[in-house]
Design a protein around this ligand. Sequence first.
Ligand SMILES: C[S@@+](CC[C@H](N)C(=O)[O-])C[C@H]1O[C@@H](n2cnc3c(N)ncnc32)[C@H](O)[C@@H]1O
Length: 502
Amino acid sequence: MSNILDAILAKTKEYLETMPKTVRKKKGQFFTSLETAVFMAGLFDLDRIPKEVAILDPGAGSGILSAAIAERLNSEKACSAIHLTCYETDTEVLPLLRENLKLIASLSDIPFQFEIVEDDYILSQEDDFNDSLFASCKQQRFDFIISNPPYLRVMRNDPHALAMPAVVHGAPNLYFLFAAMSLYNLRDNCEMVYIIPRSWTSGAYFEAFRRYLLSDGKLKQIHLFISRDSVFKDEQVLQETMIIKVKKTKEQPDSIVVSSSNSNNDFKSISMHTVPYETVVSGTSLYVFLPTTDDEINVLKSIGRYKKTLPQEGLRMRTGIVVDFRQWDDLREEPGEHIVPLFYAQHIKKGRVNHEPSGKGFDWITDEKPGLIQKNKNYVFCKRFTAKEEKRRLQCGIYLHSDFPQYEHIGTQNKINYVDWIDSDRDLELPIVYGIYALLNSTLLDQYYRILNGSTQVNSTEINSIPVPPVSLIEKIGLRLIETGDLSTAYCDKVLSEVAYG
Ligand SMILES: C[S@@+](CC[C@H](N)C(=O)[O-])C[C@H]1O[C@@H](n2cnc3c(N)ncnc32)[C@H](O)[C@@H]1O
């Protein structure tokens, strides 16, 4: 059977040569490499499968994934008949797909039937999907679903964006609509294997999708690629991707296998960790954490020891208020009457906040518009943007109102975040300020944030979702910093491990 895969690959290469990348990009068309397809097909659990299996490959392209699973079923003599359904909308790739599926049928030892649905995978089923959310009749047709779906952002008013409101928040990407539809199409207790970007694992836009995927289905395995661009080796796709195996069940497994490999061609050197389910899928927003080393698993377990978040402790990280380039009229180069300091990320240095010239020219703002200023109180500031090469994602500094006693208000640029009480005008007490600083400045929180969010941006919603020790312990931590005046990360780590994470 591996002749099939080779033949399919050769034909796909011919197609790629005639079809410019720019054209395929518009269709969300990137082909899976042979090695990745074989690895994906290898993930299915073949115990207790029916004699006749129904397979779905939505967005089938040249059919490489179908070929890989057909090959595995043949080589393991796992069933007595295969019914394959492929969805594909691109008329230019359809002849190649048809030719390839015929080839599989002719070489398969197991009787092999196939159907190509030349229709939109989402729009052709949207009504059934939406009805199923209210009625118990679920369309469960497939024993295996394997897919590399189109990676295509669609506009808010695109028919796809409107098709599955239960899983969409904002403008969606076709890839997660495909995944949600596939879970719907899957029979109970059967599995789907998808290769998709990592973006769905955190962030508010994907929360509705995560809720659907992780309530009707459960993650069984996650495979990560450590280096970029390796999955589609002929394709140079920049997105970071992952492979997930999801079982359609409401029963939560004890653990998830998190595997990773260094490069696309080398699925032989895979590192594997078995991680408790609640360590990977965690928090009220159902973030999916992607640890690849024992150290990272320990970080998740340490943080997971507390259950409440900053907001549940009455505190919240918010984003700075002033969008400087929209507020030129209100910015000032010099101090003066009714003018207050404006703080930028550049002012966060060595754990404190100063107001030395930022280099921006406009370090002051008028206090005339209440919506642009905030009370001069104690805060913990945190940079929103860091460079990839910088050692830490979380870079924060203590802001004390007593350093700027002459001002009732200050301004904060929106490239910093700050922590304050949620509902209270009262000042953050010093031990709390120092305690929050110690948390945000620790190695533990920084590592945790990196596992949660692969990007360099520090998103306040995500910080607000991190479990933290109770305020009473935060105060204790803060007192230790105040006693010594040591704001170093090493000292924060020491105090945290002694007071809260020992
Ligand atoms: C990322 S490619 C993957 C192709 C193939 N499965 C593979 O792994 O090499 C996604 C495929 O989905 C097709 N596609 C895009 N939108 C679709 C839709 N709405 N319904 C069905 N297929 C679609 C594209 O034409 C493309 O061939």
